[in-house]
Design a binder for this molecule. Structure first.
Ligand code: SF4
Length: 345
């Protein structure tokens, strides 16, 4: 896709190519009830989300549990059908592809799950799990598939003889390495990493993140990195998007977001990150109340029921998601009014 300027400031980084472009993505889940299982309500998991990912970068996606970040990851891979919107990968709208075209695209777009144990067949040796995609998507011989499995196992720090073992014979960290090897076997361009280290011990997390980073460098991979741990996202991402109740509320380069968060919600999340220097004190912003239900999200700005800075307009109108300079996007009426800015929060 050529680098064209667009309404939300895409492609300003001249030398970077957009690999994935998400426009106005909506995913609502029906709630069925009664004897006839009629649709009685809709869970608005993702509501009009737009963003893009440059080739070779890592875009982190953060937010509290239930904010819609995992649904975004699965919908852009077409593991879940979208309600509306579009996702262009390498310039092609993947929602328009037929089954054969989608099968071809599956080689380029893969996912690493939070819990690799549940995504690995317990009755299948891990070598077979890793080579399954090769069997479906390529015409490689059994020997060629085995060679790829051995290479991928080595890439993630495992041995060739591990291919014959079963998932229960591995630790959580090793299973996640197997999940990475499996995602990588088809040499994809893009991987959704869905909370890939959340279930692992802290000491193992760093090892797995280092493997992901090395593979990105060696294979030119592009990542959508979904996590709720802000420190992990800071460590791993080039740019970061923050979601709240199905909406993107802020997105910018990692450094700008962590140094100068613009949105009150991001500010509150940042204030909860522990500071390594005990002499430094960060003012903690405590958010009142629970996250509202996505079945019936608040009107206007969805954050207004918990925002310490909310005023009348916030409950009535939704603030625009706008670029406030250097591709730093946010959605807040106070930014529109110029009453808050990076240095004033
Ligand atoms: Fe808070 Fe209003 Fe800004 Fe929403 S628009 S974040 S409620 S000040």
């Amino acid at each position: 896709m050529a680098n064209q300027p667009s309404q939300n400031g895409k492609n300003k980084q001249e030398n970077q190519r957009v690999l994935l472009e998400v426009n106005n993505l909506v995913k609502h889940f029906p709630v069925r009830s009664g004897l006839l299982q009629r649709v009685s309500a809709w869970v608005k998991a993702v509501d009009d989300v737009s963003f893009h990912i440059y080739e070779g970068e890592t875009l982190g996606l953060v937010g509290e549990s239930g904010c819609g970040k995992t649904t975004v990851g699965r919908t852009i891979l077409r593991l879940l059908p979208a309600t509306s919107g579009s996702v262009a990968f390498d310039g092609k709208n993947i929602f328009d592809l037929n089954a054969a075209e989608l099968k071809k695209l599956r080689r380029d777009m893969q996912i690493i799950f939070q819990d690799p144990y549940s995504s690995l067949d317990p009755r299948m040796p891990v070598g077979e799990s890793i080579s399954e995609g090769l069997r479906i998507h390529t015409d490689k011989t059994a020997q060629e598939r085995y060679d790829v499995v051995v290479e991928m196992l080595a890439r993630v720090g495992l041995r060739a003889d591990h291919a014959r073992r079963y998932p229960h014979e591995f630790s959580g960290g090793q299973r996640q390495r197997i999940g990475i090897a499996r995602a990588l076997s088809l040499r994809p361009k893009f991987i959704v990493c869905d909370e890939p280290v959340s279930a692992l011990d802290v000491s193992i997390q760093a090892q797995v993140l280092n493997i992901l980073r090395d593979l990105q460098k060696d294979f030119g991979l592009t990542y959508l990195f979904i996590a709720h741990n802000l420190s992990v996202v800071e460590h791993f991402s080039d740019r970061v998007g923050v979601m709240y109740l199905g909406k993107m509320v802020e997105m910018s380069s990692r450094d700008d977001l962590y140094r100068d968060p613009l949105h009150p919600y991001t500010q509150a999340l940042m204030s909860a990150i522990p500071v390594p220097d005990p002499t430094l004190k960060r003012q903690r912003v405590i958010l009142e109340g629970d996250v509202p239900s996505p079945l019936n999200p608040p009107s206007g700005c969805r954050f207004h029921t918990r925002c310490p800075l909310a005023f009348d307009k916030c409950a009535q109108e939704e603030p625009p998601f706008k670029d406030y300079g250097k591709e730093h996007y946010a959605a807040c009426w106070l930014l529109e009014k110029g009453e808050i800015g990076a240095s004033k929060l």
